[in-house]
Each structure stands twice: as structure tokens, then as C-alpha cells.
Design a protein around this ligand. Sequence first.
Ligand code: GTP
Ligand code: MG
Length: 242
Amino acid sequence: MTEIEFVNGGDAKQQADKVAKELVKFSRDINFDGEALLDFVQESIIPVEQFFANYTCAIMEIETKFKVLNEQFSLKYDGNPIESIKSRVKDYDSIIRKIIRKKLPHTLEAIEENINDIAGVRVICSFEDDIYRLAKCLLQQDDITLIREKDYIQNPKPSGYRSLHLIVSVPIFLENEKKDVKVEVQLRTIAMDFWASLEHKLKYKKDISPDKLEMLTKELVDCANVSASLDRRMQNVRNNII
Ligand code: GTP
Ligand code: MG
């Protein structure tokens, strides 16, 4: 049985600590006395820590569901469907940039309500069929609510991007309450992931001439087509083996 590699990207505690440090600095600037500083920490920092912790917990729930499905599938089919899972809590700076871009109110409630990808789980499979099989099994679980589905495998983006995206909500059980938390699940093949990471690098490349950018963008669309055709051929071979 193959080992799954679980890579945890952003750490919620780190995110919360970063916010906390900035808030403490801010409180020093406006000269709080001891008592007021304590109130300030309780009112401002603890909710931020809890906010990020909720998303870490939701990621753990979703990862466990996929690990369980991976075990189940390995008994039924030949081999494990999941190659790796990469999870991350969205960077605090990216959340701020997104609320500014979307002109959202600067409150935790507005962020929770309007930003769907604070918790992200990326599931990488070898074959396209496994993506749909895993998505179907996840969505039929009675504690999972589908909020939105985007099938960029059937309908690739103009860039050539392919993946199946699910925004789901999963309950987490805290000390005294149950809370539904949103998670963005991206399911892709190894080939789709390989393509997306290369294309992502191009997006962030600043010092590139417009001509070269156009040429590389076209080349990437072509690579996406070749990679999609490879996925289909590999799937076909597998269908003929098992
Ligand atoms: P945001 O992009 O998160 O603001 O929301 P959206 O509603 O436009 O979501 P969409 O489902 O289109 O994309 C969400 C995520 O998918 C992105 O953050 C990327 O991780 C990935 N993604 C979407 N399009 C592309 C693409 O063209 N190239 C790459 N490399 N990744 C993409
Ligand atoms: Mg996003």
C-alpha cells in the first residue's frame, strides 16, 4: 500500500500570531493602560485566534474524510486513488487583499460569509475517474453541504486550467458549540497539478516582456491540451487493465 504524503501549507496559529502581534503594536501606539489592554486582547485577539483555528479544524475534518475514502478505495480497487493532499489556511495578507478588492466590510463575520477559500484542501489523484468518484463519495456524506461546484475539467478555463472545485461546508465540534465551516476542495490529477504550478509561476513573473508573455501563455494552453489528452490515454490504459 502506498503512503500518502500530507503537506500542510499555512499554519493557522502562525496566522493568528501575526494578527495578534499587529494588534498589540496598535494598542501600544494608542497607549492602553493594563486593564484596557486586557479587555482589548479578549475582545480582539481571542476572536481572531478562534477564527483561524476553526479553519484548521475544518481542514482536519476534510483531510480525515479523504484519508478514510483512500483506505476504503484501496480495499475495493487496485491501489490508492490519492497520491497526495496539500492543505493550507489562507495567508492573513491575502485575506486582507481580498476584502479590499471585494470592497467587503472589515469584520470577521463579513470575511467568514464572503470568502470561501480561507481553508483549502487540494487532493491529487493519478486518474480523472478517481476525482469524480472521491467527489461523489464526499458529497454524499450527510454532514457535508455542497455550496458550489465548478468543474474546470469538463469546462477548462481559457488559460488551460483544469481541476474540480467544490466549496463545501463541514461541521466542527468545539467545546460548547457546533459550527459549520467552509472549505474549498480542489481535486486534480498529477498532470493537472504539474501544469497549474508551472502556470502559477508565470502569473507571478513580473519582469517579462508582453511578447514573451503572449508566447508562453499560448504554449501553456497547448501544454494543457497535451496534458489533458495524456490523462485520457492513461485513464484508458487503466480501464483496460483493471
Ligand atoms: P478566487 O480566484 O479564489 O478569488 O475565486 P474564484 O471564484 O475566481 O475561484 P476559482 O474557482 O476560479 O479559482 C480558485 C482557485 O483555483 C485559485 O485560487 C487557484 O488556486 C485555482 N485557479 C483558478 N484558475 C486558475 C488558473 O488559471 N491557473 C492556476 N494556476 N490556478 C487557477
Ligand atoms: Mg482562491
